[in-house]
Ligand binder design. Structure first.
Ligand code: AMP
Ligand code: ZN
Length: 435
C-alpha cells in the first residue's frame, strides 16, 4: 500500500518544483536564523536568492558531523528553544554524540515518513509491531513507534534488551512484524532456539531492519531463519531518524528516499564533486522541511548510489542502493580499501559459518594486519582441527581473491563474539591505540 499516494507518486517535474520551492525557503531560513550558515554562505559568496534552480544546490556549502560537534549542543538550531519539543542524540557510532531537536511539525512529519515506510514494507493497520529498536536518545525506538501509531497498527514498545523475554513476547503476543537491527534479529533467533521456539512457526511475517549496514546474504539468512520477508530501512539522527528511505516490499531493490522532504546527492568523498546518478560515492542529504535543525548538504559518510529508474511499486521517489560502507568506516589495509560488508558477504556464503563476526585490525611495524574472527555453528566446531584449518584457509583464499587483501581467518566457538542489542560492532581497530 502507498500511504500518501499524492506525494509518493508525484511526477518528477512536480516533485522537482516542490523541492526547489522548499530548498529556497530552507536557504532563507538557515541564513536568517543560524549564524553558522550565514557565515558559511558569506564565505562561499552565495546568498539564498542565488538559488534559482535545483542544480544550484552544488554551490551551497556542505555540513559535516564536525559542524554539529563544533556547535554542540544547540548552535545549529534554527528556531527559538521553546519551539523545540524533543531532543535526540546520535548513538555516537563514530565518536562524540551530536544533538538534534524537533519542533511539533518535525515530529509530525517524522511520524508521517515512518508511516509511509511501514506501508511500503507491506505493513498495515491490522499488524502487530514488535518494536525492538532502543527507546531513548537513539532515534530508532520512538521513530518507529510514532510511525506505527500513525499508520494505525498496534505497536508493542519492547525496546532493546531482555532478549529471553523478547522471545516469549513474540510468541505470546503474536506480533506479525518486527523492527530491530538485522544483527539483533539473528540474536533473537538464537535465543528462540534455546527456548525451544521455532520463529518460523510464529505469526511473524515481516521485518523492518536497519540502523546498521547489512548484506543481501544476511537478508537471505534472516528471511530463512525467521520465516519472514525482510526489508531495509535507512535513516540517521542528524537528518531525522529512521524513515529517510525504505525498500518497498514490491521490488525489494533499493530504498525509496522520501524526496519531498529530503534532497539526495552523491559526491566523490575525496573531491566533494557531485557524481552522476548511478555512480557510487558518499550520500549527501539536504533536509527540505525540517525546522528544528535543518541541514544543508549534510555529508552522511554513507557510501551508496542513486537510482532514478521507475520502480514496479509506482513510487516516483528515487532509490538508494544498500549502503556498502561508510567513508570513515573504510579500512585501508596495506593500500587496499576494504569495507566490512564485503567481508560479511564472503563469510555468510561459506558453509558452517554464522553471521557473527568481528574484524580486528592491528599494526605490526608499518604493516596493517587484519584478523577476521568468525563463529562457526556447533557441529562444525566439533570437527577435527584439520578440517577447521582447511575451512579457515578456504575463506582466507576467497577474501584474497575477491578483495585483494590477506586476512588471517580464525574460526571461533559459537557464542564467543559479543552480541549487541543495538548496532553490532564489526570492526575493532587497535591501530590508534598501538601505533
Ligand atoms: P544514528 O544517527 O546513530 O542512528 O546512525 C545513523 C547511521 O547508521 C547512518 O549514517 C548509517 O551509517 C547507519 N545506518 C542506518 N540505517 C542503515 C541501513 N539500513 N544500512 C546501513 N547503514 C545504516
Ligand atoms: Zn518501489
Amino acid at each position: 500500500m502507498i500511504f500518501d499516494v499524492d506525494r509518493e507518486t508525484l511526477p518528477r517535474e512536480d516533485l522537482e518544483a516542490l523541492q526547489l520551492t522548499r530548498l529556497r525557503n530552507l536557504c532563507e531560513r538557515v541564513y536568517a536564523n543560524v549564524p553558522h550558515y550565514r557565515r558559511r554562505f558569506d564565505e562561499a559568496g552565495i546568498s539564498p536568492a542565488d538559488i534559482r534552480k535545483l542544480s544550484d544546490l552544488k554551490y551551497l556549502p556542505f555540513t559535516e558531523k564536525q559542524d554539529l560537534r563544533n556547535n554542540y549542543p544547540y548552535g545549529l538550531f534554527a528556531v527559538p528553544k521553546e519551539n523545540i519539543v524533543r531532543l535526540h542524540a546520535s548513538s555516537g557510532t563514530t565518536g562524540k554524540a551530536t544533538v538534534v531537536g524537533y519542533t511539533k511539525r518535525d515530529l509530525d512529519n517524522w511520524a508521517e515518513m515512518m508511516a509511509r515506510a511501514f506501508a511500503a514494507a507491506g505493513v498495515s493497520r491490522r499488524d502487530l509491531i514488535h518494536n525492538a529498536y532502543g527507546y531513548g536518545l537513539f532515534t530508532g525506538g520512538l521513530g518507529a513507534h510514532y510511525g506505527a501509531e500513525r499508520l494505525g497498527a498496534t505497536v508493542i514498545p519492547v525496546s532493546g534488551g531482555g532478549t529471553k523475554r523478547q522471545v516469549q513476547l513474540l510468541r505470546d503476543f503474536g506480533a506479525t512484524v518486527i523492527c530491530c537491527t538485522p544483527s539483533y534479529a539473528l540474536y533473537l533467533h538464537e535465543a528462540s532456539l534455546e527456548a525451544g521456539i521455532d520463529m518460523r512457526e510464529l505469526p511473524l511475517r515481516a521485518g523492518v531492519f536497519g540502523a546498521e549496514p547489512w548484506s543481501e546474504e544476511m537478508r537471505a539468512e534472516i528471511e530463512q531463519k525467521l520465516g519472514i520477508s525482510a526489508v531495509n530501512i535507512y535513516g540517521l539522527s542528524e537528518i531525522m531518524g529512521p524513515g529517510v528511505a525504505i525498500e518497498c516490499a514490491d521490488a525489494k531493490s533499493g530504498m525509496h528516499i522520501f524526496e519531498d522532504h529530503f534532497l539526495p546527492e552523491i559526491i566523490d568523498p575525496v573531491t566533494g564533486e557531485q557524481l552522476p546518478y548511478g555512480e557510487t560515492g558518499e550520500l549527501v542529504i539536504t533536509t527540505l522541511t525540517k525546522e528544528g535543525i535543518p541541514l544543508v548538504r549534510y555529508r552522511t559518510r554513507d557510501i551508496t548510489s542513486l537510482d532514478r529508474t521507475p520502480c514496479s511499486c509506482g513510487r516516483t521517489h528515487m532509490r538508494m542502493r544498500r549502503i556498502t560502507g561508510r567513508s570513515d568506516d573504510m579500512l585501508i589495509i596495506r593500500g587496499v580499501n576494504v569495507f566490512p560488508q564485503q567481508i560479511e558477504a564472503i563469510i555468510i556464503e561459506a558453509e558452517g559459518t554464522s553471521p557473527h563476526y568481528q574484524i580486528v585490525v592491528t599494526r605490526d611495524g608499518n604493516l596493517d594486519n587484519i584478523e577476521v574472527q568468525i563463529e562457526v555453528s556447533g557441529d562444525f566446531f566439533s570437527d577435527a582441527i584439520k578440517n577447521l584449518q582447511r575451512r579457515e584457509a578456504r575463506i582466507q583464499k576467497t577474501i584474497k581473491e575477491f578483495l585483494g587483501v590477506t586476512a588471517k581467518v580464525r574460526l571461533v566457538e559459537p557464542r564467543t563474539i559479543q552480541r549487541s542489542e543495538g548496532k553490532a560492532k564489526r570492526v575493532v581497530d587497535l591501530r590508534e591505540v598501538n601505533p
